[in-house]
Design a protein around this ligand. Structure first.
Ligand code: PEP
Ligand code: MN
Length: 341
């Protein structure tokens, strides 16, 4: 149930309403829906009588049923969210590029890739230390050793690092070593993990589940926001369809829809979406043309020997011109949007 308070309701009236609702057994949350409306979200095993709630002083309206993802909603922050990670500002108009290997393999190789990404103009380094593999016999990642290698790469280059947590135990270690915590597609529905990520001090990079709708994704983000972490980025990474020419189907149509529905920065990962190297660049361009705030791509200097996802890895040597082109395209899109609005 969502209770909208009258705009001019005083803090004392709001407090009184809270007390009455709590005495009725409701758990309350202050919600962010619009900049100037005070709202209360109620979760209770048995919702209170809506007529009774409507009759309370200061209550403007009562909506029954599922509460929308109000903290993630654009109406709670129409200007959009900017997330500072080290020297990088994510959101706010400048395209953010995240690149790196699928998995952390060894320190020298990672530091070398990180240096090349830094020189190419990439903003953040990615690399999995905990790998959520579909097949249990596939490489599962170096774990904490990999996290230390990522920290070494950051130390060498100044690039902030993004890496995945696959469960609550790994999240604690990732929080300690990394700058951004990734929650992967397979864990988008892991609500215990989302709540835990909501209590941590690092921004969260949340990838869309293979079969998640736009609202599923926003509600997953809402878990993190509601638990107290306002720094969430969303990432479209392909969904399952009947198409069999690529690993997943990149749903670029979600980008402009998300931009209208949420203030959270929207990323696209064309690497995992396609699984095919020569599809990654065209779809990266298309993602920027659709208004994405950022991209995540995988790179590897020897893809045929990569521990995972070699066929989709871009050549690190191609990154300087790709990043330059994508930034130019992003600036053109922003100019056109200005003219149109
Ligand atoms: C990844 O980014 O390393 C990854 C496993 O992606 P996804 O969760 O989108 O499959
Ligand atoms: Mn990968």
């Amino acid at each position: 149930m969502l209770i909208t308070m009258q705009r001019d309701c005083s803090p004392a009236v709001l407090d009184r309403t809270r007390q009455v609702l709590e005495s009725l057994g409701c758990r309350l949350r202050a919600a962010e829906k619009g900049p100037d409306s005070a709202l209360i979200v109620v979760s209770a095993t048995r919702p209170p009588d809506p007529e009774l709630v409507r009759s309370l002083k200061g209550v403007a309206s009562v909506e029954q049923g599922t509460v929308p993802a109000c903290r993630a909603s654009i109406s709670s922050r129409p200007g959009g969210t900017r997330i500072e990670v080290g020297p990088v500002t994510i959101g706010g108009g400048r395209l953010t590029v995240i690149a790196g290997p699928c998995a952390v393999e060894d320190e020298d190789r990672l530091v070398d890739i990180a240096r090349r990404m830094k020189d190419a103009g990439v903003d953040l380094l990615r690399g999995g230390a905990y790998k959520p593999r579909t097949n249990p016999y596939d490489f599962q990642g170096l774990g904490e050793r990999g996290l230390r290698m990522l920290a070494a790469a950051r130390h060498e280059t100044g690039l902030p690092v993004v890496t995945e947590a696959v469960d609550e135990a790994s999240l604690e270690r990732v929080e300690e070593h990394a700058d951004v915590i990734q929650i992967g597609a397979r864990n988008m529905h892991n609500y215990a993990l989302l709540k835990r990520a909501g209590r941590c001090s690092r921004p969260v990079f949340l990838k869309r589940g293979f079969a998640a709708s736009l609202d599923d994704l926003l509600q997953a983000a809402e878990y993190v926001l509601d638990a107290g972490n306002p720094r969430v980025m969303l990432c479209e990474r392909g969904i399952r369809t009947f198409s069999d020419h690529s690993r997943f189907t990149l749903d670029l149509a979600i980008v402009p829809r998300l931009k209208r529905r949420t203030h959270l920065p929207v990323f696209v990962d064309p690497s995992h979406a396609t699984g095919v190297r020569d599809s990654v660049v065209p779809l990266a361009r298309a993602a920027v043309a659709c208004g994405a705030d950022g991209l995540m791509v995988e790179v590897h200097p020897e893809p045929e020997r990569a521990a995972c996802d070699g066929p989709q890895a871009l050549d690190p040597a191609s990154m300087p011109s790709l990043v330059r082109d994508l930034r130019e395209l992003s600036a053109l899109v922003a100019r056109r949007e200005e003219v149109a609005s």
